[in-house]
Write a protein that binds this ligand. Structure first.
Ligand code: ARG
Length: 565
């Protein structure tokens, strides 16, 4: 809550002895700078006439010096106008290097899990949203004072290894592996899976047996199997790191499924001992969840004793409880696994785990087909690989800046800015449309649009570092009023985005700030042309703050500002 809200809160308390937080909205400009419906809320709880409540509050608010106009609209909305100079004063009071941040999460620990790709195939766009949103969530939680532990829950265990070796020996070669690395492993994996499927349809199991044999060999510590496994995993993990580096994301830990495999048995044992799980006659072990509204139980051990995805997740939950004592765990994983996670979380509850487990899921990434219809993003070859997408984005970024002299470093920032921002273009649950033209549009709702606005601000600041400070108390800041009001709204946006775990709210805000800035430039000369020293200095002061908020806000989304574009 900012000072303006604080003042209203105090007045409310003085007049009605009611302690209530104030939420300020931004009405249409003709009505005022801020509006509140607090009179309606209070009238309801006190059983009074809302209009009368509003009148009494307004009378008191007019006595304060901060408001230049207080009026009542409709049944009891209070519209407030403040002077531009009071906005500056307000901003100065709140200002600091960490403007926008708060400590509301202090003392609490959150585990954020992302991007958790699978090792068997190259990194595809399927893991773009988990990584991207996960990173933003990490940054938002940090900005609100939480202790954040990030963990990459790699899909690095089980059958894929057997498929890899079987396929590699039949379909590949050292030379091909040397040349194409993970892309060769991915090719081999997909081809072998296909062959396994065909074999099964024919009622045969030669390949399948071979896959099993390799898995058993690995379990028994066979040297050749171990060497294959280490080599393939090394290649795949190096690739995952390359992609994550290009995406500018990282995690504190990388405790994947393989890490938790040895804990599976004990975890299932615990389920049995506590009566949360029951063993069927065939030896399989399930957790009935009918008391949680699911008629399908969760299978945690197969009849042959083999562990499952859920087993490893259960072990993961127990491990995190024991070692990290989190207050909250945020799983950044696609929408396909929604049902699974509700089951998993219900099981955890049955086991007495009270930690807030949260599945942060995402809609799909769609693309426009040539005929204008919309479909899940893919290429003729199948899934789109992350490196292909990044390469293509860099080409696009290059064409956006055309002949201008922009460094490779900056090109990469623009490419990433476009891709990442498009991910935040709507509520995360909706499918997003990935359209190359609009994600790079310098005039629309895009990352580069905001980056460009920020570059412009920074350019003016850079060109004027030598400007002599002038006395700014003479200046009225009327021309900057809208920008100032926008800046003042930033801390609340960060709070809201963090508490609702919706990073796209920061994106929406930044776009509005960029628009406000562009409007401002059109009407106001900042440092060139017809400006006095006082005006120039005061205006540069506001721009400095705008620059700070652009940098801070984009950083929350994992987007950097190029030095030129
Ligand atoms: N590797 C999985 C996948 O790509 C995601 C893992 C999600 N995290 C978890 N704890 N199950 O589908």
């Amino acid at each position: 809550m900012n000072n303006i809200a604080q003042i209203i809160k105090q007045v409310l308390f003085d007049v009605f002895a009611v302690d209530h937080d104030i939420h300020l909205s931004r009405p249409d400009e003709q009505f005022g700078d801020y509006a509140t419906n607090i009179a309606l809320q209070v009238a309801k709880s006190l059983g009074k006439n809302p209009r009368e409540v509003a009148e009494s509050l307004a009378a008191k608010l007019r006595e304060t010096t901060i408001f230049t106009d207080v009026n009542i609209a409709g049944p009891g909305f209070i519209n407030l106008r403040v002077s531009a100079t009071s906005l500056v004063r307000e901003l100065e009071q709140q200002w600091g290097d960490r403007f926008g941040e708060n400590q509301s999460g202090a003392g609490k620990t959150v585990v954020v899990e992302y991007p958790s790709p699978n090792m068997a195939k190259p990194y595809s766009v399927g893991h773009l949203r988990p990584g991207n949103q996960g990173w933003a969530v990490k940054r938002l939680m940090e900005a609100t004072g939480w202790k954040v532990i990030t963990d990459n829950h790699l899909g690095d265990y089980g059958a894929p290894f057997g498929v890899w070796v079987t396929g590699f020996l039949k379909l590949s070669s050292e030379a091909a592996l040397e040349r194409d690395g993970v892309y060769e492993l991915g090719r081999v994996y997909i081809a072998t899976k296909q062959a396994l499927k065909e074999e099964k349809e024919r009622g045969e199991s030669v390949l399948a047996d071979e896959v099993q044999q390799w898995l058993i060999k690995l379990e028994n510590g066979d040297e050749q199997a171990k060497s294959f496994s280490e080599r393939f995993n090394r290649i795949s993990l190096a690739h995952i790191h390359t992609v994550m580096n290009r995406l500018k994301i990282s995690t504190d830990y990388e405790l994947g499924e393989a890490f938790f495999a040895p804990y599976g048995k004990a975890a299932v044992q615990k389920l049995l001992e506590t009566g949360v799980a029951v063993q069927n006659d065939d030896g399989s072990i399930i957790v009935p969840l009918d008391d949680y509204g699911f008629d399908v139980p969760l299978l945690v051990q197969k009849s042959n004793g083999a562990a499952l995805y859920a087993t490893s997740d259960l072990a993961t939950i127990l491990y995190r409880e024991e070692h990290w004592h989190p207050d909250k765990v945020i799983y950044c994983v696609g929408a396909e696994q929604q049902f699974y996670f509700t089951q998993l979380f219900a099981m955890a509850k049955k086991l007495g785990i009270t930690t807030d487990l949260y599945h942060l899921w995402f809609g799909f990434i769609d693309q426009l087909n040539d005929d204008g219809t919309r479909a899940k993003m893919s290429s003729r070859k199948g899934v789109i690989l992350m490196e292909e997408l990044l390469d293509k984005a860099e080409q696009r970024a290059r064409s956006v800046v055309a002949e201008r002299d922009v460094s490779d470093e900056d090109i990469k920032k623009i490419a990433l800015g476009a891709i990442k921002f498009s991910d935040f273009s709507a509520d995360r649950r909706t499918n997003i449309l990935f359209d190359w033209d609009s994600i790079f549009a310098l005039t629309g709702y895009s990352g580069p649009y905001i980056q460009y606005a920020a570059v412009r601000v920074n350019k003016i600041l850079g060109d004027n570092i030598d400007t002599e400070p002038a006395e700014t108390s003479e200046y009225d800041y009327e021309a900057e009023k809208a920008v100032l009001a926008k800046l003042l709204g930033y801390p609340e946006v960060v709070t809201l985005a963090a508490t609702s775990i919706e990073p796209h709210k920061v994106a929406t805000y930044l776009h509005e700030l960029a628009r406000e800035m562009n409007r401002y430039y059109e009407s106001t000369p900042v440092a060139m042309g017809d400006v006095t020293v006082t005006q120039k200095w005061a205006r540069l002061g506001v721009l400095k703050k705008v620059s700070h908020v652009f940098t801070h806000g984009l950083d929350l989304l994992g987007i950097e500002i190029p030095s030129r574009m």
